[in-house]
Ligand binder design. Sequence first.
Ligand code: NAD
Length: 363
Amino acid sequence: MKNSYQIAVLPGDGIGPEILDAAVKVLDRVAELTGVSFRYVYGRIGGCAIDEDGTPLPDETLRIAKESDAVLLGAVGGPKWDQNPGHLRPETGLLGIRKGLGLFANLRPATMHPSLVEASSLKPEVVAGVDLIVVRELTGGIYFGEKKRYTVDGREVAEDQLIYNEAEIERIMRVSFEIARKRNKRLCSVDKANVLESSRLWRSVAERVANDYPDVELTHMLVDACAMQLVRAPKQFDVIVTENMFGDILSDEAAMLTGSIGMLASASLGEGSFGLYEPVHGSAPDIAGKGVANPLATILSVALMLRHSLAMDQAADAVERAVWAVLAAGHRTADIAADKSRAIGTEQMTAYVLEELAKQLEN
Ligand code: NAD
């Protein structure tokens, strides 16, 4: 752990600035309580960058991000830019920064807080106690393979190539084993090895890397079985690692176990400890500027940043415990409130987390 870190802060559009404000307040409080200092460098991305700089990802933003220890991102997009051509769309900035920073591992935790069990569409006894994380390979597989269209005997044919090499599989496995090591030491590698050659390579590399992690239990599951088990008995999972397309689908499925978009954090990791941290939800233009956005997904993303990029595990645990304590005390923003008339706004929710954080870190 160093005693000073530079964080690139990219608020983006819609509720982005409001929720990143909350995130920075949480980091400021962590700094006060731990003596570690954070230097924030702000940059534009998405719609606001299109308006100001004529591009959704200005070079300056990528430079700032590369020079930092980690990146905190709000959200991009909104109706104002919906009709723009591809290169001038806010999400092009998002794809650009992920690629520009070489982020190859996407982490999506799904943790069920006991008092939010009713928000899930599944039975309480199935989802209570769920605490898992999906690690998705982000830069290989069928999404990046060669795509072709041609005609054979008068019929149109489409082709998508699915390629993985050993090195790509090994680095995502190492990230996943390291994460499992910090949690309950169980890693489930998901593939389709009964059908796909790329999955057979995936499985053999997983087995080989496992030799370096004797303390972590490695299991394998076919993707169709995993999709079923996630809704049938999700508590069996600790860390799931899978390739790009399977991960795209399974991470959304796992996220929905917890029921609320305003609570879901994510991390995208590159080489070393560098990472980009953002809530799973979008820019929520319908509530932007009203001060009612739920800041907890972003605050939980800060916890991921403290753990995975800044080696501040204790502070990360404290931020997560603070969020759970605030929920246990019954505080709710409108998106997760059963009684909307008693819902609190972004600032009040953040203030409760800050108060709890002091207690949790002093413990
Ligand atoms: P969204 O996630 O922005 O909103 C979906 C619904 O959830 C809305 O009703 C919104 O008010 C609510 N919601 C989302 N986050 C919330 C929060 N923190 N607190 C309370 N309520 C919250 O998805 P959408 O409406 O499909 O997309 C809106 C814009 O966001 C679009 O321009 C889309 O392209 C963009 N988007 C960006 C990202 C990203 O930046 N990573 C992801 C998804 C969508």
